[in-house]
Design a protein around this ligand. Structure first.
Ligand SMILES: [Zn+2]
Length: 71
């Protein structure tokens, strides 16, 4: 319902914003997988999440809003 309104804009900034959520989930999943198969668990790898989120926010703020539709 609100999904269509959120994904309507195809400007670079909105596209990065659109995949920020899934990327965070994938990274959290990957960190837990590392906890299963390597000696490094969530307690050692959680800062990776901060780095990824930081990079995504940075990319979002630098991305062009050209062609942006909506607020
Ligand atoms: Zn946009």
């Amino acid at each position: 319902m609100t999904e269509t309104a959120r994904t309507k804009c195809r400007c670079p900034r909105c596209r990065i914003r659109g995949f920020t959520g899934p990327v965070i989930l994938i990274v959290i999943g990957g960190i837990f997988l590392c906890g299963e198969y390597t000696p490094y668990g969530f307690d050692t790898l959680w800062p990776v999440l901060l780095v990824i989120v930081g990079v995504l926010l940075l990319a979002q703020s630098m991305a062009s809003r050209e062609g942006h539709t909506g607020p």
